[in-house]
Design a protein around this ligand. Structure first.
Ligand code: NAD
Length: 436
C-alpha cells in the first residue's frame, strides 16, 4: 500500500516506521526541513527506544520529504498526525490538522482514504471531510478516525503490539482500506463510528489522568494521617476492577497528552452544556501537585538564594526526551528566581531544556553523581533507571547537605533509613536519620 504520513513527531514517525516494517511504502512529510534532513540520513529527530534501528532497517521503502504534493498526489492512504496543542481557553488548536487537510485537497489525483490520527475533539473528522471534498478535481475522499494510544518511551512496541486498534469509519471503502493497512498487526481491532472513535481517545486519556490525580490526592491524605500510599496502592491493585497500573503517586502528570486532553475535553463538555466536573478536578489537583515538593522543601530553606540545587531528571517521564508540561519546567524557574544555582542531570532531555530555559545559572552534568556534588538539596523529577539504581549512600557522601526531595518515590523507605539523609517523597513518611 502507498501511504503518506503528515507530521513526523512521536506519533507520525513511529506510525510511519512501523507501517514500513509491515511492508508498506511510506512517505513521511514534515514542514521542518532540518528534521527531514536528519531522517533522510537515518537519524531520528526524537528519542524513542528502538525507533532509529527500525527506521534504518526499512530505508529502501521509507521516504522523508517536505514536498507534500509529491507525497499525497497518488497515496492510497494519508495519515494526519500533526500536533493539536491547547489554545489559551483550553480548547484544542486544530489549525495544523485543517492546514494538512487543505494541502491534501490541493494535491490528490485519485480517490483515497484520509486517516485522522491526531487527537481531535468530537466532530473534527466531519469538518476534515468537508474540507477534503472541496478538492478541485471533485474526487471522493473517505475520512476515518484512528486515534493513537501509544505512550512515549514505549512507542514502538505499543504500536507493533497495540492494546487495541480503533477504527472510526462511516463507510465500507474506508473500513476495507484500514483493515488492509493494519493486516498482520498483533492487536485487537475495534470498528465503530467516527464520533465514537474520537470520544474513545479522550475518554481513555482523561480516565488515566483522573486515576493519577485521585492517587495523588490519596497520597496527600496519606501524608497527613501517617499512611503509606505505596502500601495503599498495592492493596487496591488486588481488586481486578481497579487494576494495578496507574496507581503511582507523584508530582503530577505531564507530557504532550494528559494536560491538553483533559483541558480539551473539559472545554468541549462545558461548551455542550454538560461540564465534566471530574475532569475539572483532575486538572486542578494536577496543577497543585507539580509544586508540592518545592513547597515542602521550604521547611529546610526559607529561600533558595545562593544554594546549589541538584535536579535529577528533566523530562516528563523516563524513556523520552520530551519536556512538554514536565514538572521541571515549572520548578526550576522558581529556584532560579530565588537566586539558586541549578545542577541538572538528564540522560536525553538536557538539550531540549537548554532551549526552553536558557539560563547561565544552570549547569548540566553527565552523571547523577556529578550533579549531586556539594549540593545543598536534591529534587528528583524523573524516575530514570540511573537515579533508581544509585546507591543511597552516595547522597550523603557527595552532597553538602543530604536533603532529598523525591517526586517519584524511587526508593524503598527501609533502604533510605539505613543511610544518613533527610528524605521526603510523595504520600509516605519523612525519613530523617540525621537530625532528631
Ligand atoms: P509533535 O508535536 O511531536 O509532532 C507534530 C509534527 O507535525 C511536527 O514535527 C511538525 O513539524 C509537523 N507538522 C506541522 N504542520 C505540518 C504540516 N502541515 N505537514 C506536515 N507536518 C507538519 O506531535 P505528537 O506528539 O506526535 O502528537 C501528534 C498528535 O497525536 C497530537 O494530536 C497528539 O495529541 C496525539 N497523540 C500523541 C501521543 C504522544 O504520546 N505524543 C500519543 C497519542 C496521541
Amino acid at each position: 500500500m502507498k501511504i503518506a504520513v503528515a507530521g513526523t513527531g512521536y506519533v507520525g514517525l513511529v506510525t510511519g516506521v512501523c507501517l514500513s516494517e509491515h511492508g508498506h511504502d511510506v512517505t513521511c512529510v514534515d514542514v521542518d526541513e532540518n528534521k527531514v534532513k536528519m531522517m533522510e540520513s537515518g537519524k531520528s529527530p526524537i528519542y524513542e527506544p528502538g525507533l532509529e534501528e527500525l527506521m534504518v532497517k526499512n530505508m529502501d521503502h521509507l521516504y522523508f520529504t517536505t514536498d507534500y504534493k509529491k507525497a499525497y498526489v497518488d497515496a492510497d492512504v494519508i495519515i494526519i498526525a500533526v500536533g493539536t496543542p491547547e489554545k489559551r481557553d483550553g480548547s484544542a488548536n486544530l489549525a495544523y490538522v485543517f492546514g494538512v487537510a487543505s494541502q491534501i485537497a490541493a494535491s490528490i489525483s485519485k480517490e483515497c482514504v484520509v486517516i485522522v490520527k491526531s487527537t481531535v475533539p468530537i466532530g473534527t473528522n466531519d469538518e476534515v471531510e468537508r474540507l477534503l471534498n472541496e478538492n478541485p478535481m471533485e474526487l471522493r475522499v473517505h475520512v476515518a478516525s484512528n486515534p493513537e494510544f501509544l505512550a512515549q518511551g514505549t512507542a514502538v512496541p505499543d504500536t507493533m503490539h497495540a492494546s487495541r486498534i480503533v477504527l472510526g469509519v462511516n463507510d465500507a471503502f474506508a473500513k476495507e482500506k484500514l483493515l488492509e493497512m493494519y493486516e498482520g498487526f498483533d492487536a485487537p481491532v475495534m470498528v465503530c463510528n467516527r464520533r465514537s472513535a474520537e470520544m474513545i481517545k479522550y475518554a481513555s486519556n482523561d480516565f488515566l489522568a483522573l486515576k493519577i490525580s485521585y492517587m495523588n490526592e490519596i497520597a496527600n491524605l496519606c501524608e497527613a494521617i501517617g499512611a503509606n500510599v505505596e502500601e495503599v496502592a498495592r492493596g487496591m491493585g488486588f481488586d481486578e476492577r481497579i487494576g494495578r497500573r496507574f496507581l503511582h503517586a507523584g508530582i503530577g502528570y505531564g507530557g504532550s497528552c494528559f494536560p491538553k486532553d483533559t483541558k480539551a475535553l473539559h472545554h468541549l463538555s462545558a461548551q455542550n452544556g454538560c461540564e465534566m466536573r471530574t475532569v475539572k478536578a483532575a486538572i486542578e489537583v494536577n496543577e497543585g501537585q507539580k509544586y508540592k515538593l518545592s513547597k515542602k522543601a521550604r521547611k529546610y530553606y526559607s529561600d533558595y538564594n545562593g544554594l546549589q540545587i541538584a535536579v535529577l531528571g528533566l523530562t516528563f517521564k523516563p524513556g523520552t526526551d520530551d519536556l512538554r508540561e514536565a514538572p521541571s519546567l515549572v520548578n526550576v524557574p522558581v529556584f532560579l528566581e530565588d537566586g539558586a544555582y541549578v545542577r541538572a542531570w538528564d540522560p536525553v532531555g538536557a538539550e531540549n531544556f537548554k532551549k526552553r530555559i536558557p539560563d547561565e545559572h544552570i549547569t548540566y552534568y553527565n552523571t547523577v553523581e556529578e550533579a549531586l556534588k556539594d549540593a545543598d538539596i536534591c529534587f528528583i523529577f524523573t524516575e530514570w533507571p540511573e537515579v533508581k539504581e544509585l546507591p543511597l549512600s552516595r547522597f550523603s557522601e557527595l552532597m553538602h547537605r543530604p536533603i532529598v526531595m523525591d517526586g517519584r518515590n524511587c526508593y524503598r523507605l527501609e533502604d533510605v533509613r539505613r543511610v544518613p539523609v533527610i528524605y521526603e517523597s510523595i504520600g509516605r513518611e519523612i525519613v530523617n536519620t540525621i537530625e532528631s
